[in-house]
Design a protein around this ligand. Structure first.
Ligand code: ZN
Length: 343
C-alpha cells in the first residue's frame, strides 16, 4: 500500500514538473451541422469546414481517434506530439451528406455523438446511414444520451427521480448503439455541455470519459469527466484565432480541483492556482458577453469574477497564458445557472 502510494506521488509530481516544459496536448473540435442551410448558431459552413481542415493539415497536426488519444494522453506516458480529434454532436443529416465525404477524402478519423432517440427524425441521420459511416475506417459512434435532456439535477428534483432519469438515458443510448451498430465505447458527450458533480460521478463509475462544451485543450492533468472541446460553429471557428486553438495546451492544473460549474453566486468567483512560471501580468481572462475582465492576485492564486451578474443559463470564464513556443495555455470554466430556463 505504501509502495503504491509512493508510486502515485512520483507520477503526479513528475507530471506537475513537466507541466511548463515540453507539452503536447489533445485539442478536440466540436461540430453540429456542416451546412449553409441550418441554424447559424450550431452550423459550420461547408467552406469554413474545408478551410479549417486545410489549416490543420498546413500546421502538420495529426488528426487522431478520440478514444485512443484521450486514453493515451491521460496515461502515464502521454505522447510528445500535439493531436486533434474531430467530433460531431447529435448525428445531423449534414454530417452524412456533406462532411463524411470530405473527411473520407482526407482519410481523417472522427467521432459522432448520437442522441439515440432522435435517430431517423427529420434532419437527423438514420440508423442505416450511421451504420454506413461506422463501417468506414476511423469512424466511431458514441453516446450523447437518449432524448438529449438537461442532465444535471434540476432544482427541486428528488434524488431518486434524477438517478432513474439519468441511468435510463445513459443505459438506453448505450444499449441502442450496441444493438444497432455493435459499438460500445466508453465515451459520453453531455447534452448542452451541462453537467454537475453527481453526473460526473455516474460517468466516472461507468469508466467513461465525459466531454463538455467548454473550450481548451486536454492535458495529462485534465479531469476525465469534464474534458473540454472547442465549439467550431461559424461564430467560434473562424480562421483568425483558429491556429491559437489548434495549437493550444491545457492550463497546467488538475481540472478536477475546479468547481463543477453549478452557479451559486452571480457573478461566480473562480479561484485558480498559477503554475510555476506563470505570470499574472501575462494572463488574460474573458467572460461570456463581457469581453476582457480583471482578476485579483493573491500569492500564487488568482481569483476571477465578472463585474456584473449574468443573465443566461450557461456562460464561461476563459483564461489564457502564453507558453514558451508561441502557443497558449487555455482554460475555460463553464457556469450553469439552473434557475434559468432550459433550452
Ligand atoms: Zn447535442
Amino acid at each position: 500500500m505504501i509502495a503504491r502510494k509512493f508510486r502515485m506521488c512520483v507520477t503526479l509530481s513528475s507530471l506537475l514538473l513537466a507541466s511548463l516544459t515540453a507539452r503536447a496536448d489533445l485539442v478536440v473540435l466540436q461540430y453540429h451541422h456542416i451546412s449553409d442551410a441550418t441554424p447559424p448558431s450550431t452550423s459550420t459552413s461547408a467552406s469554413l469546414f474545408q478551410a479549417q481542415l486545410d489549416l490543420i493539415s498546413e500546421l502538420g497536426i495529426d488528426v487522431v481517434d478520440l478514444h485512443d488519444a484521450t486514453t493515451n494522453l491521460l496515461s502515464d506516458n502521454p505522447p510528445a506530439q500535439q493531436n486533434i480529434a474531430l467530433t460531431f454532436d447529435d448525428a445531423y443529416e449534414s454530417v452524412y451528406s456533406v462532411a463524411a465525404d470530405m473527411l473520407q477524402e482526407r482519410d481523417l478519423p472522427y467521432t459522432i455523438f448520437v442522441d439515440t432517440k432522435a435517430v431517423g427524425n427529420h434532419g437527423y441521420m438514420t440508423w442505416e446511414q450511421l451504420q454506413e459511416l461506422a463501417n468506414r475506417e476511423g469512424v466511431s459512434i458514441a453516446n450523447h444520451s437518449a432524448g438529449h435532456g438537461h442532465m444535471a439535477r434540476k432544482p427541486g428534483e428528488p434524488q431518486s427521480h434524477w438517478e432513474k432519469r439519468i441511468t435510463r438515458s445513459l443505459d438506453s443510448a448505450q444499449a441502442a448503439l450496441q444493438k444497432q451498430l455493435g459499438t460500445d465505447l466508453p465515451l459520453f458527450a453531455y447534452p448542452y455541455g451541462e453537467f454537475d458533480e453527481a453526473l460526473e460521478a455516474e460517468i466516472s463509475e461507468r469508466g467513461w470519459f465525459g466531454f463538455g462544451q467548454q473550450s481548451g485543450a486536454i492535458g495529462p492533468l485534465s479531469g476525465k469527466t469534464r474534458l473540454p472541446r472547442y465549439p467550431m460553429a461559424n461564430a467560434y471557428g473562424q480562421l483568425n484565432g483558429l491556429k491559437d486553438k489548434l495549437t493550444s495546451k491545457a492550463f497546467p492544473i488538475d481540472t478536477n480541483t475546479l468547481p463543477d460549474g453549478i452557479m451559486d453566486t452571480n457573478p461566480p468567483v473562480l479561484t485558480l492556482p498559477l503554475a510555476e512560471g506563470m505570470k499574472p501580468a501575462r494572463l488574460t481572462c474573458f467572460a461570456s458577453g463581457m469581453g476582457r475582465i480583471d482578476f485579483d492576485v493573491s500569492g500564487d492564486q488568482i481569483s476571477v469574477q465578472a463585474p456584473k451578474p449574468f443573465n443566461s443559463r450557461r456562460f464561461r470564464y476563459n483564461c489564457t497564458h502564453p507558453a514558451e513556443d508561441g502557443s497558449f495555455y487555455w482554460l475555460s470554466q463553464q457556469w450553469l445557472d439552473l434557475s434559468q430556463p432550459e433550452d
